[in-house]
Write a new protein. Structure first.
Length: 222
């Protein structure tokens, strides 16, 4: 018979905050039951005409990723929202997506892959686009043209079948950029279609797009 821990519903928490706050977010989350996580460096795109005029169109961000059971996630996010005030403009964004299986985390042991339980009236999607370094701005541009309010860019590396090149007989993994965009469900198709067309995603090696249902959100504004 499976234990409650094994059968728990798990969620991935993604919190995007200004540079320097990532470790504070993790410290607060730990105090409220979520132990462990990863902080990635990124940059957020801004839609502000004055900043654009001054050539300041992106802000350094930290992306915090944590996994825990649904109950702990809900409790921790309430406390994180109180402390970091995601409900105020430009104080950060937090959202959760479902996780089917967790391996390698002592605090999240699961021996069974969880089956999806339907849409549950989800209102938002998380759109993740992985492209060549330097193309992220085109992704944001295409998304904005289709109604997106911006996104977060993270530097990464690729190692797929189209990803390696040789320099002095050594294989090099090219640098990639990961763009994360939150969209209202009714806007997702238009945003993805615009990115797909502009970046020619259907051609081999040009990039990957994947879309996830978002369970809960903090800090999003119409």
């Amino acid at each position: 018979m499976s234990s409650n821990t094994e059968m728990a519903d798990y969620e991935l928490v993604c919190i995007i905050v200004n540079f320097g706050l990532g470790s504070k977010v993790m410290h607060t989350a730990k105090k409220h039951g979520i132990s462990g996580g990863t902080v990635l460096l990124g940059k957020g795109t801004l839609k502000n005409h004055l900043l654009k005029f001054l050539a300041i169109t992106d802000v350094r961000k930290e992306v915090v990723l944590m996994v825990s059971d649904k109950k702990k996630v809900s409790q921790a996010l309430e406390q994180l929202d109180k402390k970091f005030k995601f409900t105020k403009p430009n104080h950060g964004i937090a959202f959760t997506t479902s996780v089917s299986h967790v391996l390698g985390a002592r605090s999240c042991k699961s021996d069974h892959i969880k089956e999806g339980r339907g849409a549950e009236n989800k209102m938002y999607h998380s759109i993740t686009v992985i492209i060549e370094k330097g193309d992220a701005e085109y992704v944001i541009e295409a998304a904005t043209e289709a109604g997106s309010k911006g996104g977060t860019i993270i530097n990464a590396r690729g190692s797929g079948i189209h990803e390696t090149s040789k320099l002095f007989s050594m294989e090099i993994e090219p640098e990639k950029e990961v763009v994360m965009i939150l969209s209202e469900k009714e806007s997702t198709e238009a945003i993805v279609s615009s990115i797909r067309k502009k970046l020619k995603i259907d051609e081999p090696g040009n990039g990957i797009i994947f879309i996830q249902d978002v369970n809960n959100t903090y800090g999003l504004y119409e």
